[in-house]
Write a protein that binds this ligand. Structure first.
Ligand SMILES: Nc1ccn([C@@H]2O[C@H](COP(=O)(O)OP(=O)(O)OP(=O)(O)O)[C@@H](O)[C@H]2O)c(=O)n1
Ligand SMILES: C[C@](O)(CO)[C@H](O)COP(=O)(O)O
Length: 234
């Protein structure tokens, strides 16, 4: 098992949470009395392989985040809370530009994914040292259809090759920077980080995650989330 490289974690928490349809941004909604974002940061804060954490939040929420999350929960590894952009990609890029000079491995995680467990973080870092680019996910449970604009099925991809990708996604820092710079130059916009690395013809290793590493996206995820937390209490 590895540990001689500097590991930076970028937590992307600058979205607007439109699908949650709530007045309070979803990262600051409470699950078992603690903000979603605080649950997320807590897991990385406690992980001994993580050297620094950068939280990217909406420019209007920087002070709120510092006061109500970083200060209240005493997170020491959060060295910076910075403003995100209008897309997740832009937010992550802002984070990438502000890591410590020693950063060798960078891990990108959604602020809205508060149930990742430490064993998956350690495994991702280990594998990133070997493979330079690592995604985490699960096999899809449903049969997936490709449907055309008129609502007709085009085809049914073989499920054994289909994964639902999650975060954290973990990379050699220089490699991810190169992928981001190319995507920006060429106007490519991806919904995750591995898709940018795929474009520079770098193989990305997929590792198995867990079905409970859900992203808080729509209102029912809040009660599913509370159930996940309660199931871990003992
Ligand atoms: N401009 C953005 C958009 C998204 N994110 C972050 O990326 C993660 C995954 O995005 P998603 O769940 O799609 O969040 P939102 O964009 O906030 O959700 P919605 O699409 O419902 O508005 C979230 O932690 C979100 O805060 C971000 O940092 N900056
Ligand atoms: C990286 C990601 O979590 C992949 O599932 C992504 O951020 C999800 O955002 P989405 O646009 O809501 O799928």
């Amino acid at each position: 098992m590895y540990k001689d490289k500097f590991v930076s974690v970028i937590i992307a928490a600058a979205g607007q949470g439109k699908r949650m349809n709530s007045k309070v941004n979803k990262q600051y909604l409470k699950l078992c009395n603690k903000p979603v974002l605080a649950h997320t940061i807590d897991i990385f804060e406690k992980c001994s392989w993580v050297d620094e954490i950068i939280v990217v939040t909406h420019s209007n929420e920087i002070e709120y985040c510092k006061e109500n999350v970083i200060k209240v929960y005493g997170f020491k590894k959060v060295i910076r809370v910075i403003a995100g952009g209008s897309t997740r990609q832009e937010s992550v890029f802002n984070g990438l530009k502000s890591v410590d000079k020693r950063c060798s491995i960078v891990m990108i995680h959604d602020g809205a994914r508060p149930f990742i467990r430490e064993e998956y973080i350690l495994n991702s870092i280990d594998e990133a040292v070997k493979y330079k680019a690592v995604g985490i996910g699960v096999y899809v449970k449903d049969t997936i259809k490709v449907v055309d604009e008129d609502g007709y099925i085009v085809n049914t991809p073989d499920r054994k090759f289909l994964w639902a990708i999650q975060t954290p996604q973990t990379f050699d820092y220089d490699l991810l920077m190169k992928a981001y710079e190319k995507a920006i130059k060429e106007g490519f916009l991806g919904t995750d980080d591995t898709s940018l690395v795929e474009r520079i013809n770098q193989k990305v290793k997929m590792i198995m995650g867990s079905y409970d590493n859900i992203k808080i996206t729509t209102p029912e995820d809040l009660y599913i989330g509370e159930a996940i937390l309660k199931s871990r209490e003992n």
